[in-house]
Design a protein around this ligand. Structure first.
Ligand SMILES: [Zn+2]
Length: 194
């Protein structure tokens, strides 16, 4: 399906928190993301701690399209089918993109104000992930950006085969190593497939 799309300057919510700048390299292959026209995926996971309501970054990264394809290919056939069916069932990406692109001026906040799946307001979530596609220093507005809340993340995790969950676990261990004993501090799985 070809979705309508537009681009806007990359807004700061999709910058790397670590540097305060746009992601400059692919986490997986280290290629430059800003000097080419190759699309790349940005994912940032947050958790809000009550009662202080402080929102902490759990992890963040950007990967180039080639690496995304490589990782998707490692997913089991069952996982891919379950994920496709889940999103087909829950989201109408064409209607969403059309509706959001009609709202001028284009404002990324409209795309990430609620959970894509459950419709929960972002302000009511204690756990969520932001997903986006960038090209150079631009943000692509199309099927993403989006926000996915904890409840939907849990459902998505149950759709993955053990094999695929092991792949994702390996990805996280490789790129975001945690001190021994603290692995549980890292409860959110990456959404490498959106
Ligand atoms: Zn890459």
């Amino acid at each position: 399906m070809l979705l309508p799309q537009q681009t806007i300057p990359l807004p700061p919510i999709f910058y790397a928190e670590e540097t305060g700048q746009p992601f400059s390299t692919c986490l997986h292959c280290s290629c430059s993301l800003l000097d080419t026209q190759t699309p790349y995926l940005i994912e940032k996971a947050f958790r809000t701690y009550q009662p202080y309501a402080s929102t902490d970054l759990v992890f963040e990264y950007a990967i180039c399209l080639a690496c995304f394809d490589t990782i998707w290919d490692t997913f089991s056939e069952a996982s891919r089918q379950h994920l496709d069916a889940y999103f087909d069932d829950q989201v109408d990406p064409l209607a969403r993109a059309q509706t959001l692109l009609e709202q001028q001026p284009l404002d990324v906040n409209h795309w990430v104000s609620h959970c894509l799946i459950k419709g929960t307001p972002a302000t009511a979530l204690t756990e969520y992930q932001l997903m986006a596609v960038g090209v150079g220093d631009l943000l692509v507005l199309s099927h993403v950006p989006c926000l996915i809340g904890g409840e939907a993340l849990d459902e998505i995790t149950t759709l993955l085969s053990k094999e695929t969950r092991d792949e994702l676990g390996g990805f996280m261990r490789d790129f975001f190593p945690q001190p021994p004993g603290l692995e549980e501090a890292f409860p959110i799985e990456p959404l490498l497939f959106l």
